[in-house]
Design a protein around this ligand. Sequence first.
Ligand code: SP5
Ligand code: ZN
Length: 356
Amino acid sequence: MTSSIPVVRSDAHLAHAGLIELAGGRPIPCWESPERALAIESALRGDGRFVFEAPTEHGREPILAVHDADMLDVVEHAWTDALAAGATDGSQPLIPDTYLLGAYPGGMALGGLPASRHLQLGAYLFDTATPIVAGTWGAARAAVDVALTAAQRVLGGAPLAYGLCRPPGHHAARGMFGGYCYFNNAAIVAEWLRRDGEARRVAILDIDYHHGNGTQQLFWERGDVLYLSLHADPARAYPYFSGYASETGAGEGAGKTRNWPLPAFTRIDGYATALAEALAMVGAYAPDAPLVISAGFDTFERDPIGDLGLRTPDYAEIGRLVGALGMPVIVLQEGGYAIDALGANALELLSGLRGT
Ligand code: SP5
Ligand code: ZN
């Protein structure tokens, strides 16, 4: 009998709630909601093949190996600084009013930033859909611990483990966050596999609907981490500014980043063609660590913010194709917003990977 698949999950995400984003200039409830993770957990609990566990604390060090300390400081303190300054009554999420773009300084030398961390927010956050509330810091920290604990299970011998990360991570870069993401869970795991797991080559396969700009930025010049991403063409889809096929890495990382921008309404046949190219690259790279999958289900045909055409059984097919590599796999949750289908889609992916 095949043994149970470890699922690492935490309740800390429940306090990262009451989020809003803008749609056509109007505030709407954030698509990235607690109900997403609850739906997945409930579907997996209704299936006998999983064993559930809480994350163990890994501290700040694995996060600081990937992100700048001043960015962590803002995620940790923006909310309490805003409350202390009377800038919010605490009933609404914090969204910056001013963003520090790369073009701001021009030829100037900038003299500093305000001391209050809520006034620094626009220097680290790149979109309006990633607000801060009282529970954000705790949830983002727990998501990292969830990811690292899942990685530990696989290093400990499990062929497959699932980290039910919420918030997601792949849009978070070294000193910048956004896209519903605060800390880059998958990148933190990859870096941790290099440092603590003593791996020499780690591969990250990103199957979220969106380009993982954060993961790509972090490993752009790194030959020791392969980053492969299948996603909606940024010419029409968020995050717009990266994920084009011409982006392939630089320096020691030349050729170690690859992107497959996909047309709208891509179905499993077209998707599998791109995936086969990515999987051949993983095989040729010959990782000596588990494969890290940034798993988003926003590629689903009914996803409210996506336009690809995958159906529920297609995730089992993706799982089987990846599983044919014969590598141990760490699956980390990224996006996916069709709440009524998330549980089934996650079950299919994990079943395909497990070969059942
Ligand atoms: C982790 C992840 O999936 N982050 C995605 C963040 C996307 N946020 C902005 C989405 C803008 C969507 N516009 C949708 C139009 C739908 N008709
Ligand atoms: Zn996404």
